[in-house]
Design a protein around this ligand. Structure first.
Ligand SMILES: NC(=O)c1ccc[n+]([C@@H]2O[C@H](COP(=O)([O-])OP(=O)(O)OC[C@H]3O[C@@H](n4cnc5c(N)ncnc54)[C@H](OP(=O)(O)O)[C@@H]3O)[C@@H](O)[C@H]2O)c1
Length: 292
């Protein structure tokens, strides 16, 4: 199979590159502005002609769209830019996939939900994003579905890896230089190690699995707050830093975040017969990779 991974220079894209190193499939990874892009091809996914060209010239069977506008805070000030990438370009990839007979695997987010529930969100739960990023990602899901290509949309949450910028890496570095950190304890969700999601994406690259189109939730197992996650990062890294809980209101941010965004994984586990790692086990694995 010929697989195009857009956003290959992002944390999920790079992790797919690691996990797929010995894969039987042929992968093409793309970047946009990253300086660290060895072995990747430059592609702006908002450029319709360029997208069509790369898909046709390489007889692409599957597009994995890991590209996105992912800065939740900045999106509040640049909603148009977030929509261009997360919604319009996602729709463009889906239209290209339909025209070229490819399947699209598209990554979305728990932030399509408003967090007013207190039990895990199923795929069909009502979406009501609270911030610009969430609105742009929901518009992206709808554009992909409207294009009518075979597609698998994966909603994930709290993604981290040894690459790029993420909460786990921020806490790791801050806890080395600060004696005390305050972290919000009133936002509940599930961290997802990009390595686990990348492994799942690779299992989708089987003809039988690609037929199982639709929307799926994939996060690691378990539930925690950002405070719990920060405590675990310090515990596992051995950094002697006191982590204290605080409320969201104590932080002056523009983007409203859901208080509860735990996603139910029943559908993905049943449909693909997979087991999903517990978040603390995967966190240990990732921290060993980062600090070794
Ligand atoms: N991070 C999270 O916590 C989280 C949670 C839930 C869902 N998600 C979703 O998961 C996916 C992957 O997230 P991530 O954290 O891996 O993202 P990321 O590290 O921020 O990477 C974003 C990627 O998009 C690329 N990109 C930016 N503008 C582009 C353009 N115009 N054309 C083509 N590529 C472009 C970037 O390329 P350059 O760096 O080369 O410019 C980069 O490779 C996204 O769809 C995101 O919405 C993320």
């Amino acid at each position: 199979m010929n697989v195009l991974v857009t956003g290959g220079s992002g944390q999920l894209g790079r992790t797919i590159m690691d996990v797929a190193r010995d894969s039987e499939h042929r992968f093409i990874y793309t970047y946009m502005n990253s300086h660290d892009h060895e072995g990747m091809v430059k592609l702006d996914i908002t450029d319709k002609d360029a997208v069509r060209r790369i898909v046709e010239e390489n007889s692409i069977d599957v597009i994995v769209n890991c590209a996105g506008y992912t800065d939740v805070e900045k999106a509040e000030f640049e909603e148009d830019a977030a929509f261009r990438l997360n919604a319009e370009a996602a729709g463009l990839l889906a239209e290209t996939a339909r025209a070229c007979g490819a399947t699209l695997i598209h990554i979305s987010t728990d932030y399509v939900f408003d967090g007013s529930r207190s039990e895990p969100y199923g795929e069909d739960a009502a979406q009501a994003p609270l911030n610009a990023y969430g609105r742009s990602k929901l518009a992206g899901e709808l554009a992909v579905l409207a294009a009518g290509c075979p597609c698998i949309i994966i909603r994930t949450s709290w993604l981290y890896s040894p690459y790029g910028k993420n909460f786990v890496k921020t806490i790791l570095s801050k806890s080395e230089t600060h004696a005390m950190l305050k972290v919000v304890s009133d936002q509940i969700g599930t961290p997802t190690y990009a390595g686990d999601l990348a492994e799942f994406i690779l299992t989708l690259l089987e003809p039988e699995n690609l037929k199982k189109t639709g929307v799926y939730h994939y996060t690691d197992e378990g539930v925690c707050s950002w405070f719990d996650l920060a405590c675990e990062v310090c515990e596992l890294s051995g950094n002697l830093c006191e982590v204290t809980p605080c409320e969201t209101g104590e932080y002056p941010v523009k983007a409203v975040r859901p208080h509860y965004s735990v996603l139910s994984k029943s559908k993905v586990k049943k449909t693909f017969g997979i087991e999903i790692p517990y978040w603390k086990d995967s966190l240990r694995h990732c921290i060993c990779q980062i600090v070794r």
